[in-house]
Structures are given as structure tokens and as C-alpha cells.
Design a protein around this ligand. Structure first.
Ligand code: GUN
Ligand code: ZN
Length: 438
């Protein structure tokens, strides 16, 4: 009877998207809503998925069904850009990117050379992800290897699918946050050897952004990338106009900001560039040609006054996009709130972001941007069982508005405009319950 113990059965209304799409018009036909569905999980993976009626006879008598009737069960959210060592300074007042980094961010990151402190904050960070329904994240550490060590330890504990890396930065920051081309190479290599593909963990080589890496360091990034081609590359690109002018001054021989990274071989299928707000046509084309991905970070882009990301252009250019909260320039861990702000950013550009499109970006689309669409992002058999039980009527206003919603699209849209952490009723990682709203 080995398998009876490892099987779990979950009942409720399920919503997911069955396959990746090339344009937003294809999303609706890929949407799968199962009213009164059943999810069977074995060893952390989806073993069977369909309607309760068709499937319930397979459930062994000894198994307790987790019944979430009346709730909406969706794949776990995917956060494609977030900084865990910036939790302490979310909502820092007053500055735009470059001053914000100097005044608030760098001092906050200083403390992460202390492994005990990093452990405490890693535990806090992962709890915040889970209580907001995020089950996979691509995460910046600090320059200190201890920061990443602590984060991976915490994620490993619950077998969470997490991608992270140590920041590489050897100039234009306070001395206490600088490494060197050699030390950044050696430290990143040791972390890759220890953590990449350890359980569900993956490593992202993480130069902070072009201004804080010398050409010598970027050459080391390239070397790592060549030695470990299946790791990720995670950095920032074209977020702020002063930043872009600075990159042009630092790398006058490169034709644009992205060309700095491209020159060192840092574009590609597993390269994720956060922001990409002010791209030139040539940069869009380079992202497309190299199959690089973008992390769209609405709350951060508004908070730092960086600008409006052109999602429509990304679709047009067929560049993959995922959603990022970008804590601590972003102001929430919550993906519903992040989508709410994305909607407004698109409204300002005359583009209607539908609830289905938003939901795609936060789940399967985000997984695809991370090259993980075959692993997570929906309930297809064989996928890893990471999911969230949403409570669509968590507040009196949500209840009122829900009762006044006729279609699934409307109900989902109300959840994304009015929802927040109170909407997250349960979170499951690797088939196990890891968060319960009280
Ligand atoms: N560019 C370089 N570093 C950072 C950072 O920590 N946050 C954001 N939003 N942009 C950056
Ligand atoms: Zn960032």
C-alpha cells in the first residue's frame, strides 16, 4: 500500500491555462475551468486532474479529501524578479533609482554578511512569499555568499522551486558591498556547485546591473555562463533614464544598454532582464533573437517613477514576459495587487489588460519566461504540485462585488483588482500544505 500514503486528493473549482501562447488572443481558448474538480497528487506531482465526477472513484478509502468547494484553486504564482535583502526597506521615501540605491538599498544590504541575520531574513522572506501565494521566485541575494546560502537552506527545507544568486558587483557602490572579478567568480562557482539542481533549487548568475560591474567582471560572468550553460542570468536593464545615460558613458563602445550584456554573451533563453522600460528598437530585436525574457515589475516601476512598461510591444516582438514584484522597490509581495497595478499601467497606454492575460503572466507565462513551463504553471499530469487556494470573497466589498459578477472573467478581474493577502486561503508547495490563513 505504498502509494496510498503518498497520494493526496484536493477538491474544488480549478482554473489554469493548459499551454503556452504566442499572443494574448490565444489565452482564452487555452483556459481550463473545472467546476467541482479533483486533483490527485503523488510524490509532489500531479497524478490525475479532471472533474470530481470522473475521478473520485480512484481515491483510496483511507485518503482524506481536502475539500475547498466554493474556493478557486490556481497554480502557484511565479515571481520573476524580487530582492530578498530589501524587505527591511520597502516603502523608502522620496528617491528615484540611483539615489534610492545609494541612500536606502546599499545600507540595507550591508547586514547580509552575517549568516545568522541572513537566515532570520530568509525565513521571513519565504513566509511572505507563501502567505501571498507565490511558490516560485527568481531572487536577488546580496554580494555576500552567506545571503544565498541562507536563502537556499530555507527553500530546501520545504522543497520549494526557487532560483537565486549572489550579486556580483565590483564598482560604483560602497566598499562594503564590493567583490572583485576573481572573488565574484570563485564565490558564484562554489554556490553553483553546491546548490544548482540541489532538489528543486536552481542558480542564477547575478551581476547587479552594468554600472556596478567592470568589463573584467563581466568577462568573469561570461566565463561562468560558459562553464554552466544551464544556470540562469539575472540582472536589470533599462529601468531609468539616468541609469541608461550612465551605462552609455561607462561603455561608450557599445551601441546600447543591452549590447553591454549581449557583448559578453549574457543574453539567451535563461536570461531574465528586469524592467526593460525604455528599450530601443534594436534592443527589442536582440531580446527576441536571443529568446531572452523580461520581468515586468509594475509596483516598482510606479514607485520609483521609472516609467510605463510596454507589454503590447513585448507581445508584438514575441518576447516572453513574467511578473515581478521587485521588493523592495516594489511595494507588495502580493501577485494580485501586482496585477492590479499592471492593469493601470496598461490603461495609461490605452491597452486593456484582461484578467485572463494577467492570470497567464502570473502563472504559466511566468513559468515560461523562466524556461519552466514543462515543470510548473498548470495542473497538467506530471507537473510539480504547487498551487494556491484563493478565497474570492475575503472581504465584505469583495463579497458584494463577487455577487454582482456574472462571468468567470469578471470574477477573476474582481479578485485581481480588490484582492490581496487576505485572498490567499491556502498555499501548497511540492504537494504539501505550507500556509494556512488564520
Ligand atoms: N538596479 C540595480 N540594482 C537595483 C535594485 O536593487 N532594484 C531596482 N529596482 N533596480 C536596480
Ligand atoms: Zn530589481
Amino acid at each position: 500500500m505504498e502509494c496510498e500514503q503518498s497520494i493526496k486528493a484536493v477538491r474544488g473549482n480549478f482554473l489554469d491555462i493548459t499551454h503556452t501562447v504566442q499572443c494574448p488572443e490565444e489565452i482564452e481558448s487555452s483556459l481550463r475551468f473545472i467546476k467541482d474538480g479533483l486533483l490527485l497528487i503523488r510524490d509532489g506531482h500531479v497524478a490525475w486532474f479532471g472533474s470530481w465526477e470522473e475521478g473520485h472513484h480512484q481515491i483510496p478509502d483511507s485518503i482524506r479529501v481536502r475539500d475547498y468547494s466554493g474556493k478557486m484553486i490556481v497554480p502557484g504564482f511565479v515571481d520573476t524578479h524580487i530582492h530578498y535583502p530589501q524587505c527591511e526597506m520597502v516603502g523608502a521615501y522620496g528617491e528615484q533609482l540611483l539615489d534610492w540605491l545609494n541612500k536606502h538599498t546599499f545600507p540595507a544590504e550591508k547586514r547580509y554578511n552575517d549568516l545568522e541575520y541572513a537566515r532570520e531574513m530568509s525565513a521571513f522572506f519565504i513566509k511572505q512569499l507563501l502567505r501571498n501565494g507565490t511558490t516560485t521566485a527568481l531572487v536577488f541575494g546580496t554580494v555576500h555568499p552567506e545571503s544565498v546560502e541562507a536563502l537556499f537552506e530555507s527553500a530546501r527545507h520545504i522543497n520549494m522551486r526557487m532560483i537565486a544568486g549572489k550579486v556580483m558587483m565590483d564598482r560604483n557602490a560602497p566598499d562594503y558591498l564590493l567583490d572583485t572579478p576573481e572573488s565574484s567568480y570563485t564565490q558564484s562557482k562554489a554556490l553553483i556547485e553546491r546548490w544548482h539542481k540541489n532538489g528543486r533549487l536552481l542558480y542564477a548568475i547575478t551581476p547587479r546591473f552594468a554600472p556596478t560591474s567592470s568589463p573584467e567582471q563581466l568577462a568573469m560572468v561570461q566565463r561562468l555562463r560558459q562553464e554552466y550553460p544551464d544556470t540562469y542570468l539575472h540582472t536589470h536593464l533599462s529601468e531609468n533614464k539616468d541609469e541608461i545615460a550612465w551605462v552609455k558613458a561607462l561603455f561608450p563602445e557599445r551601441k546600447n544598454y543591452l549590447d553591454v550584456y549581449h557583448h559578453y554573451g549574457l543574453t539567451g533563453r535563461k536570461s531574465v532582464f528586469a524592467h526593460c522600460i525604455h528599450l530601443e528598437e534594436d534592443e527589442w530585436n536582440c531580446l527576441r533573437e536571443t529568446d531572452s525574457s523580461i520581468a515586468f515589475c509594475p509596483t516598482s516601476n510606479l514607485y520609483l517613477g521609472s516609467g510605463l512598461f510596454n507589454l503590447s510591444k513585448a507581445w508584438q516582438k514575441r518576447v516572453k514576459v513574467g511578473m515581478g514584484t521587485d521588493i523592495g522597490a516594489g511595494t507588495t509581495f502580493n501577485m494580485l495587487q501586482t496585477l492590479n497595478e499592471a492593469y493601470k499601467i496598461m490603461q495609461l497606454q490605452g491597452y486593456r489588460l484582461s484578467a485572463y492575460e494577467a492570470f497567464y503572466l502570473a502563472t504559466l507565462g511566468g513559468a515560461d519566461a523562466l524556461g519552466l513551463a514543462n515543470t510548473i504553471g498548470n495542473f497538467n499530469v506530471g507537473k510539480e504540485a504547487d498551487f494556491v487556494v484563493l478565497e474570492p470573497t475575503a472581504t465584505p466589498l469583495q463579497q458584494l462585488r463577487y455577487d454582482n459578477s456574472k462571468t468567470l472573467m469578471d470574477k477573476l478581474f474582481v479578485m485581481m483588482t480588490l484582492g490581496d493577502d487576505r485572498s490567499i486561503y491556502r498555499t501548497y508547495v511540492d504537494g504539501r500544505l505550507v500556509y494556512e490563513r488564520t
